[in-house]
Design a protein around this ligand. Structure first.
Ligand code: GNR
Ligand code: NI
Length: 172
């Protein structure tokens, strides 16, 4: 397994709409293993393939707190098939927008259809951090970032900060 470099704002690849995976090949399995290693190293609770530069509809998530009891979850071609009317607000961050946080309101619970590494279709109902995280990751598959859910003032401010830092060749 290999830690792959993270794609950081304002890299235009973060705005791509990722492609469906199709057959789960050994290349896909290697990519998933690398995504998990990259996610745990960061550390982050979730990762979308485009964050390591691969525009495919793959998400990894681990919301467990305990490093010694990892519970990796892999979602291939995930889609929200139901979401609750009830909303929740969570202070979100993103590995592609380091050290920046903002409150995002999303459905409190979602039902997600996806394929596992075996290629078979499954569904789960998620709540809490998992619900927030999976919606954040599916946004990435569609080229959407959590800052798109903030006010234009906040979004413009953070976008400019990261553009300036990239120009100087620094971290923001
Ligand atoms: O590590 C992450 N934490 C997080 C916290 C609140 C809401 C969403 C997330 S996902 C983020 C990792 C990431 O950028 N995934 O795309
Ligand atoms: Ni993110």
């Amino acid at each position: 397994m290999t830690i792959r470099p993270l794609v950081i704002l304002p890299d235009p690849r973060l705005r791509l709409v990722s492609e469906p995976v199709g057959e789960v090949t050994s290349e896909i399995r290697t990519l998933v293993a690398d995504m998990l290693e990259t996610m745990y190293d960061a550390p982050g609770v979730g990762l979308a393939a485009i964050q390591v530069g691969v525009p495919k509809r793959i998400v990894t998530i681990d919301t467990s707190k305990d490093e010694d009891a990892r519970r990796p979850q892999i979602f291939i071609d995930p889609e929200v098939v139901w979401s609750s009317e009830e909303r929740r607000i969570y202070d979100e961050g993103c590995l592609s927008i380091p050290d920046y946080y903002g409150e995002v309101e999303r459905p409190d619970r979602v039902r997600v259809r996806f394929r596992g590494l075996d290629g078979n279709s499954q569904e789960i109902e998620a709540d809490g951090l998992l619900a927030t995280c999976i919606q954040h990751e599916i946004d990435h598959l569609n080229g959407t970032l959590f800052i798109d859910h903030l006010s234009k003032l906040k979004r413009d401010r953070v976008t400019k900060k990261f553009a300036k830092a990239a120009k100087r060749g620094e971290a923001a």
